[in-house]
Design a protein around this ligand. Sequence first.
Ligand SMILES: [Ca+2]
Ligand SMILES: [Ca+2]
Length: 318
Amino acid sequence: MDAQQIFFVLFASVVVHGSYDFRPDYEYHASAGGWFKLHLVPATWSDARFICDFEGAVLASPINVAVNNVMQSIVNMSDHLSFNEVYTGVSNEIVNSMCQSIEGVPLSAMPIPMKGIYYKQFDYSKQYCLRLGVQGLYYADRCSEALPYICFKKKTAELRVTECGTIDTGYQLNAKTGHCYKFHEYAMSWSLAYLRCIAEGGQLVVINSAEEADVVKALFAKYPAKSIKKGSEPVNVIFVGFRDLNQSNVWRTINGQSLEEAGYANWAAGEPNNVINQKQYHGAMYREGGLDDYNHDVPAPFICEKHPHNIVPVPNNG
Ligand SMILES: [Ca+2]
Ligand SMILES: [Ca+2]
């Protein structure tokens, strides 16, 4: 093993078992007492807000001089990239007549340079979102455009990364599979469930063995129908990480494997039945453990799976 290989092994072990206090995809800035992440994939303001929230953070706002300085430096360092502005968390979404951050800090209290329309002159019948431009100036404009954005997590004394490599205590390590699982009682569409799991650092659960199916089944059993938080049925299926992408009855996991390759292809009796006119092209599992093809847009509860030591997708055989 030469020096380069030794370095690689050491570096790899740091990445896998590395010490971080929040998430490895966030950068800590001691001056601002928190972690920041620049999202380059553009999103509308409300989507950006949700993605930061899913990641356990908030859409960043220049709530004080230190946070403002870091936000400006992140945007300035990225000025060779293909964007001119990012969203901040400041808007008048909650209180129509007042712009404030997600944390509730009013725009009028923020120590920032504004350009263009001054906030006291806003037409408050519209929604405004504050943007930070590459020149370091802030200005308010509409919220529907897709833009990059920055998420922020303030460091607090009680913040602890669990054995699942996350501050989210909803993830519990299972000794049999060596992976962590979190049940989501709030029903969502398959796509939102998929995105939510990724944002949390995991993925929509991929069942790789009968043993893992038992783990998932047992977790589902802890949440009887009455605990599922949605307006109506269904409460007897959860979304799982596979789908029929081309709507041709070819089922693949979100990692690209067939169900057989993944290790669990136990359809429930009569499934997949792709109920006519219901467009059942997304993966689900009944309480009894059998797989089901299910409607994408009928919200269902779901389970996210996470590797304990990293936030990259779990391996295909995991
Ligand atoms: Ca798995
Ligand atoms: Ca079905």
